[in-house]
Ligand binder design. Structure first.
Ligand SMILES: [Cu+2]
Length: 482
């Protein structure tokens, strides 16, 4: 039978306070080696964590309902965590300093078990590595007491399949997805004019869907969309209308999504109360207090990531008297996109968040994809018609210098403010998260190019065509005879 030193309880207490072995030996009057034999036996620390949204934050919750709980253990202990997605979105569990990372988990994968051994004392941050999730709450601490022991193995001799050692995930190289569909919004799909009428209640519903879409010929991308199109559908209301907007997130989504409409006063434009988990829906009601053309976008962290994946659109709020009548109306939005391979790569492109952070886009697109407005849907008009373009910039980062080659904007509602009309404008600036309304009467047939006059961007996708047919008005334009 082992003889317990009379000061053993004190030694154990001091050990828990992580006092050095030398100090322990001095106080207890015995060797550090003897103390080590009396340290508590290594144990298995088991816990369950599920994810949830609490008070607008994304968090881990344990079986007792504690949010982002401290995980207490001692050197030598093995921690086993069963991780599940409470709200269904995709998450993981990472501890950089311990080189630990769980597989990603969501409603579809079901719970994942993560096991790792603690070999050093200290406090270590655990967090979710899905972009933006740590920033909005998914982090906590592992507190390890005890002393580092040379005897504690850095890694098991034989790999334990349940031991998830961290290896940085390589950027996947996938060929273009053959099932990718067109996500391009038809620029002619503009809701009908409202004109003068009394304010009404409008009920609108949109669905967020993640899907493989065609980014370019032979190139696909996982778009995040409103209603399977980029930009999302154009919405139209009248100032004074009350809009009841329901946002549903498709059950196959991996991310939470939301909507912030710049036409909304309060509640972060709706972003505060529309954080919707996969398979769920939420409704907000707002009054359109201001007229104008307003951008909407997803407001779930990492917000620029959700925007760059396609989550933007516009809502037009007509003034009381309505807008002047024109012959044709079009809906066009510009965006900048960031991918792991350069433009032209015949692959399934993955988002590159470093390029996004550094604002170095690979693509600039009109209506979501390269060729959207040159091949998929050209804008059309006949000589003599007045064309109105509702033009916005989803961004997330880049300004547009919007211009139509070979035309002059007869009218520009600069920054989409309907009470200020500029006339005879060549190029108009549109901010990310901003919009403009331009009108032009076409007097001569031909293919007019819509561009961002930062013209290097035309080579990266930002170009569209306005096809004008008919007899040209005499004297407007004539090439010299060859
Ligand atoms: Cu989103």
């Amino acid at each position: 039978m082992k003889r317990i030193h009379p000061l053993a309880p004190l030694a154990a207490a001091l050990c828990a306070l992580a006092l050095s072995p030398a100090a322990l030996a001095q106080h207890a009057g015995h060797s550090a080696a003897a103390t080590a034999t009396q340290a508590p036996a290594a144990k298995l620390v088991r816990l369950e964590l599920h994810t949830n949204i609490v008070d607008g934050k994304m968090v881990y919750v344990d079986a007792k309902g504690r949010v982002n709980p401290d995980i207490q253990a001692q050197v030598g202990d093995t921690v086993e965590i069963t991780l599940s997605s409470g709200e269904g979105a995709e998450h993981d569990f990472v501890v950089d300093e311990l080189k630990v990372a769980s597989p990603k988990f969501n409603a579809e994968t079901g719970p994942q078990r993560l096991r790792f051994q603690l070999t050093q004392p200290g406090e270590f941050n655990y967090y979710c590595s899905i972009p933006g999730h740590r920033q909005i709450g998914m982090q906590g601490l592992i507190k390890v007491t005890g002393q580092a022991s040379a005897a504690a193995p850095a890694a098991p001799a034989a790999p334990d399949p349940a031991l998830a050692l961290y290896t940085p995930a390589p950027v996947p190289q996938r060929s273009a997805d053959p099932t990718a569909v067109s996500v391009v919004a038809d620029p002619a799909k503009v809701p009908p004019a409202i004109g003068p009428r009394a304010p009404q209640v409008q009920k609108l519903r949109m669905e967020t869907v993640e899907l493989a879409g065609k980014l370019d010929d032979g190139t696909s991308f996982t778009y995040w969309t409103f209603d399977r199109q980029v930009p999302g559908p154009m919405l139209r209301a009248r100032v004074g209308d009350t809009i009841e907007l329901t946002l549903a997130n498709d059950k196959s989504s991996k991310a939470i999504h939301s909507i912030d409409l710049h036409a909304v006063t309060g509640g972060h434009g709706g972003g505060e109360h529309t954080q919707v988990a996969p398979g769920q829906e939420k409704t907000i009601t707002f009054k359109a207090l201001n007229s104008g053309l307003f951008v909407y976008h997803c407001a779930t962290p990492l917000v620029p990531q959700h925007i760059a994946a396609g989550m933007y659109g516009m809502i037009l709020i007509e003034p009381e008297e309505g807008l002047s009548k024109v012959d044709r109306e079009y809906y066009v939005m510009q965006a900048d996109m960031y991918t792991h391979r350069p433009i032209g790569a015949k692959v399934h492109q993955e988002p590159d968040l470093d390029k996004m952070a550094n604002e170095l886009p690979d693509y600039y697109v009109f209506n979501g994809a390269v060729g959207a407005l040159t091949k998929t849907h050209k804008l059309q008009a006949k000589v003599g018609e007045t064309v109105r373009i509702y033009f916005g910039v989803g961004g997330p980062n880049k300004v547009s210098s919007f211009h139509v080659i070979g035309e002059i904007f007869d009218k520009v509602y600069s920054e989409a403010a309907l009470n200020t009309v500029k006339t005879n404008v060549q190029t108009t600036l549109v901010a990310p998260g901003g919009a403009t309304i331009v009108e032009l009467k076409v007097q001569h047939p031909g293919s007019y190019l819509l561009v961002d006059h930062a013209l290097s961007r035309t080579g990266k996708g930002a170009v569209g065509v306005l096809e004008v047919t008919g007899e040209g008005e005499p004297g407007v334009y004539k090439p010299s005879k060859l």
